[in-house]
Ligand binder design. Sequence first.
Ligand SMILES: C[S@@+](CC[C@H](N)C(=O)[O-])C[C@H]1O[C@@H](n2cnc3c(N)ncnc32)[C@H](O)[C@@H]1O
Ligand code: SF4
Length: 404
Amino acid sequence: MPDAPDAFGIYVHWPFCRAKCPYCDFNSHVRHAPVDSRAFASALIRELTWFRGETGPRRVSSIFFGGGTPSLMPPAAVGAVVEAIARLWQVAADAEITLEANPTSVESGNFAGYRASGVTRVSVGVQALDDVSLRALGRQHSAAEALAAFRLAARLFPRVSFDLIYARPGQTVEAWRRELAVSLGEQQGHMSLYQLTIEQGTAFAGLAAIGALHLPDDDLSAALFETTQEMTAAAGLSAYEISNHARPGHECRHNLLYWRYGDYVGVGPGAHSRLTRDLGRRALSAERHPESWLHRVREARHGIIEDESLTEAEEASERLLMGLRLVEGVPASALSRAGVTQARLQELASHGLLALSPERISATAAGRQLLNAVIRELLRDSESFNNRPRSGPAAVQSPSDRWA
Ligand SMILES: C[S@@+](CC[C@H](N)C(=O)[O-])C[C@H]1O[C@@H](n2cnc3c(N)ncnc32)[C@H](O)[C@@H]1O
Ligand code: SF4
């Protein structure tokens, strides 16, 4: 897969959405008064400028506008942020510039403007291909609108992807097979297929707690995951990460950089950054509340509320948490630095959850399905893991967590 080890990315968070989806615990907010996009774009540029002072000159290999819903940004605001990044750092001629888009017709009306602003890749949040499921997921678009938006994006951008959520309430393997077959007919080289997770504090968590969501049991979840692996592989779009599938060469370079534990600057409310310095890694995170973040940036030139140096063990376990999501896994040397013993590795390999070679350790498809539990086991003896925060980039998301 592409990219040199010195890849450097920039993440830009747009924290606003039209409506809050009942399953989503991302840092996304609904405002009933119009959002002052100019003020937020200026603050993003102000924070980028502060970060330039921290990183010094670097070559940007990818930029990612994520959210929230960045397709609610006026194209001029996206253009201003891209231009500011190019003024502050050198941007590689072949840099990947991704924007996450929700597929309402209003937002797809912005696509041509995003392309003109330098965006090279759009990731469309299709989520489901039938209107009943889309309503149950609280989405603001129909399946027809979502497909029209994706097809328009495919005509305008060199690279496109779309997201689907499966293991939805009431979904059968047969229904998912049909939906995935249609999706595989539409895809253009990359798809993100997320198994629905019930996140604390969401509307779905409340419904699940009172038994009002008919969620797949463990066996059905496993069957849905396996179906996904088989059908995507047969179509030439194997998984390269737990939930991400691509034709070779079409992987998302920005996300690969996270999973390979490269350096990145994150700007906007709640964004995280990881920067290498002489003595280990620096981990920064910003105020999550959008207007409080805006106020901080105006006052202090940045919205950072946490700025710490990771210990060697913390860094090693983060590298593992990210890297084992990838099919390619991590270099074997990363394991010993994280305090993982040979006995634990052998035990997990004997359960068919890890594949071991002298150079690399990777999770098998079965292991990736149960990655949270595999990582818990691997790092059971590691102090830094047991004391780590339960949220933020060190937290693992895996489609299922059945192995114990
Ligand atoms: C946070 S959203 C941002 C993109 C855009 N706002 C959208 O909704 O399409 C990124 C992706 O995360 C996925 N996602 C968010 N919450 C999830 C959950 N609880 N379970 C599974 N996937 C989830 C959705 O597929 C979504 O496309
Ligand atoms: S899934 Fe996307 S649109 Fe829905 S609340 Fe989360 S970020 Fe917003």
